[in-house]
Design a protein around this ligand. Sequence first.
Ligand SMILES: Nc1nc2c(c(=O)[nH]1)N[C@H]1C(S)=C(S)[C@@H](COP(=O)(O)O)O[C@H]1N2
Ligand SMILES: [Mo]
Length: 160
Amino acid sequence: MTFFRKLFCVTMLGTAACGQTPPAISIDGGNGHTATLTVAELAALPQQTIKAIEHGTSVTFEGVPLSEVLAKVQAPVGEELRGKALADYLLVEAADGYRAVFALAELDPAFSDKRVYLATKRDGKPLSEKEGPFRIVAPDEKRPARWVRQVTALKIREAQ
Ligand SMILES: Nc1nc2c(c(=O)[nH]1)N[C@H]1C(S)=C(S)[C@@H](COP(=O)(O)O)O[C@H]1N2
Ligand SMILES: [Mo]
């Protein structure tokens, strides 16, 4: 949608009248369970403040642990993450085609204290269009290569 059409929709008609749906992330558990979450729906989950260093500068994100998001599709955790399920991984997809994976065991608080979040705010403000509205933030990782910007989908898959 062009900027002017967007402006017209918002000021004259309201976004709903123009058939705009709010951006959402799609979640596929690979187990028959799927979900979609808008920023507002994600905001209803308990938010955490995440202090991180990015390119040498400290930044504060707000978001939800990825494990809480994956609970929406009943991802295996704790005792369920054994045997075959240990070959399960999360594929994170972005609007620009960028992709990154995490092993499910990396994301389960029963396995690890490693922090991985789905963030929606930076320094108190919603993420910019270039960065968000959803971004992975993993403050314990020394390189931010898996801090996927503009996340569109989270898919649980099984390594072949
Ligand atoms: N969608 C998307 N996310 C991405 C990337 C990308 O190319 N596309 N690059 C990654 C890499 S390699 C780095 S170092 C950081 C850079 O984040 P910045 O652009 O906010 O500095 O984003 C990561 N997330
Ligand atoms: Mo990078």
